[in-house]
Design a protein around this ligand. Structure first.
Ligand code: GDP
Length: 305
C-alpha cells in the first residue's frame, strides 16, 4: 500500500494541508470555527449537503464529548469521515464483484473522455492476468479516433487479446462479438471500454443502454460491474456526472483516477454520501501498476497527514 500512500500524500497537500492550516488559525472552538470549517469542507469538494451534515454532527459531538480542544476535534472529524463511509454501505461493497462460476465476469467502463477508462482497463487487465486469470478486452469506443489503437496498445503491453470492430462500427456489435468470444473461450473477465462522447449526451446514453442489453442477451447475469470512471480532480462536476450516468446505466461503483496529481479528493465523500456508490478502485499514476483498491479508513485518516 506504499503506492496508495504516495498518491494520497499529494491529495493531502490539498485537503489535509488546508485543514491543518485551519486548525492552526483557531484558538477557540466557537461558532466562527464551525462556520469556517463548513466553508473549508465545501471548498474541498466534499459537497454542500455533506459539509453541512458533517459540521452539524461535529457541533453536537463537541457539546456531548466536551471535545473543545483542537486536537480532540481533529480526532472527531476523522472518526466522522470514516463513519460517513460506513453508514453508507457495508464493509464489503468496495470489493469488485467476481463470481468464478461466471465465464466471463463482464465489467463495463463508462465515463467522459479523458477520465481514464482505457488506462484503468489496461491496469486492471494486468492485475487479473498476474492473478492467472483469462482476460479479454473489448474496444467499444469506435467513435473517438485513436481510442481503439490505445486499447490495443494496452493489450500488447499486458499481453491480453483485444476484440475490435471497424472504425465507426456499431459499438454494440463489437460488444456482441467480444461477449461471444469470451463465453466460447471461457474467459474469467471481459473488460469493455466505451465511448465518453458522442454527437450528444442522449446518443451516448442510449448507446450505453444498448450495450448493456446486448450483453444481457448472451449473458443474462452480466455485466457484473458497471463502473463509472471519474477524474479525481473534477470537483463537484464529478457528482453531476455520476448522477447522469447512473440514470441510464445503473452504476455499481466508481473508479477515481489521477489521485496522484489531484488536490481535490473530497468529492469521493460527496458521491458516497449522496449516491451510496462505493469507490472500488483508485488510479495513482499512468503505469500499469498504478492502481489500488479504495480503502475508506486509510483515506479519511490520510487526509490529515
Ligand atoms: P479515457 O478517455 O477515459 O479512456 O481516458 P484515458 O485512459 O485515455 O486517460 C486520459 C489521460 O489520463 C491519459 O493521458 C492517461 O495516461 C491519464 N491517466 C489515466 N489515469 C491516470 C491516473 O491515475 N493518474 C495519472 N496521473 N494519469 C492518468
Amino acid at each position: 500500500q506504499e503506492l496508495y500512500e504516495k498518491g494520497l500524500a499529494k491529495t493531502n497537500q490539498g485537503f489535509g494541508a488546508k485543514l491543518n492550516a485551519f486548525f492552526a488559525k483557531f484558538r477557540t472552538v466557537d461558532e466562527d470555527f464551525f462556520d469556517d470549517l463548513e466553508d473549508l469542507l465545501i471548498e474541498s469538494d466534499v459537497g454542500y449537503e455533506t459539509a453541512e451534515e458533517l459540521t452539524d454532527e461535529l457541533r453536537d459531538e463537541a457539546k456531548l464529548q466536551k471535545a473543545k480542544t483542537r486536537d480532540q476535534l481533529k480526532e472527531v472529524i476523522v472518526q466522522k469521515l470514516v463513519e460517513l463511509y460506513d453508514q453508507n454501505g457495508n464493509a464489503d461493497d468496495e470489493k469488485l464483484n467476481y463470481n468464478p462460476d461466471h465465464k466471463p465476469n463482464i465489467y463495463l467502463f463508462v465515463g467522459v473522455n479523458g477520465a481514464g477508462k482505457t488506462t484503468t482497463i489496461g491496469k486492471l487487465a494486468k492485475r487479473f492476468k498476474d492473478q492467472g486469470k483469462k482476460v479479454i478486452l473489448a474496444a467499444a469506443d469506435t467513435f473517438r479516433a485513436g481510442a481503439v489503437e490505445q486499447l490495443e496498445e494496452w493489450g500488447r503491453r499486458v499481453d491480453v487479446p483485444v476484440v475490435t470492430g471497424a472504425e465507426k462500427a456499431d459499438p454494440a456489435s463489437v460488444v456482441y462479438d467480444a461477449t461471444k468470444q469470451a463465453i466460447d473461450g471461457q474467459a474469467d473477465y471481459l473488460l469493455v471500454d466505451t465511448a465518453g462522447r458522442l454527437q450528444n449526451k442522449k446518443n451516448l446514453m442510449s448507446e450505453l443502454e444498448k450495450i448493456q442489453r446486448t450483453i444481457k442477451k448472451l449473458a443474462p447475469e452480466q455485466p457484473t460491474e458497471t463502473l463509472l470512471v471519474l477524474d479525481g480532480s473534477t470537483g463537484q462536476n464529478a457528482l453531476l456526472q455520476a448522477k447522469d450516468f447512473d440514470k441510464t446505466t445503473k452504476l455499481t461503483g466508481l473508479v477515481l483516477t489521477k489521485l496522484d496529481g489531484s488536490s481535490k479528493g473530497g468529492v469521493v465523500l460527496a458521491i458516497r454520501n449522496e449516491m451510496k456508490l462505493p469507490v472500488k478502485l483508485v488510479g495513482l499514476g499512468e503505469k500499469p501498476e498504478d492502481l489500488a483498491d479504495f480503502d475508506a479508513a486509510n483515506y479519511a485518516i490520510g487526509l490529515f497527514h
